[in-house]
Design a protein around this ligand. Sequence first.
Ligand code: ATP
Length: 241
Amino acid sequence: METVLKVENLKKKYKNFTAVNGISFEVKESEIVGLLGANGAGKTTTIHMILSLLMPTSGTVEIFGKNLFENREKCLEKMNFVAPYAALPYNLTVYENLVVFALLYGIKDYTDLIDLLIKEFKLEKFRKTRAGKLSSGEQTRLTMAKAFLNNPKLLLLDEPTSSLDPTTAWELRNLIWQKMESTGGATLWTSHNMNEMDKMCDRIIFLSHGKIVQMDTPQALKEKFKAEDLEDVFISISKGN
Ligand code: ATP
């Protein structure tokens, strides 16, 4: 399997505070990797550096072997991103939002693709609704539909299901899994829902105070910590056991 994302010795310092402290990891094709850790552990900071929204203090990020900061455009066109805080233009309808992003991504024949995404993400009845009028869960569906417009080879998910009811969360996480599996894309996913991470992730990275403290499959972590579930692993790690 080809390495899609390679992070080496990545560090982000804010004056005297180090939010991310020299982390290294890889995500390969078709892999879903969970980035877990307590509030303030450095997850979003890491995601934002991988999106090149934030410049690292030091370290490198490679996408398909290319340095992200030296090949920003080429790398970003292979990526997409879902986060509840990344709001879409609220005065545009669902359909208009998807058209605007399709055009931004340089997709010429977008009509069938948008129709398919609207159907897959159950947005049919909101097609002509302005994004600002959608509930937070409906906005998440739209953000997810937007994220699949460019057929991403690397998908970054920052707590994407935090505003979703259990049934919708279940539907959407399965849809994400199916879509990434079918294209062989790689996914880096942050969540505080340990059950979700246990089900979805091939590997888990635990961050604590900006450092990687554990990195393994969910099963191996449960065995290592003699834990029934990933929540127990999380609690053991936070307590420093
Ligand atoms: P959560 O689970 O709460 O979303 P997180 O793991 O995503 O947390 P980050 O948002 O990455 O955490 O923040 C890591 C640390 O960096 C936090 O202590 C935060 O207060 C700090 N931090 C983030 N941005 C800045 C900034 N611009 N200046 C100073 N400190 C910052």
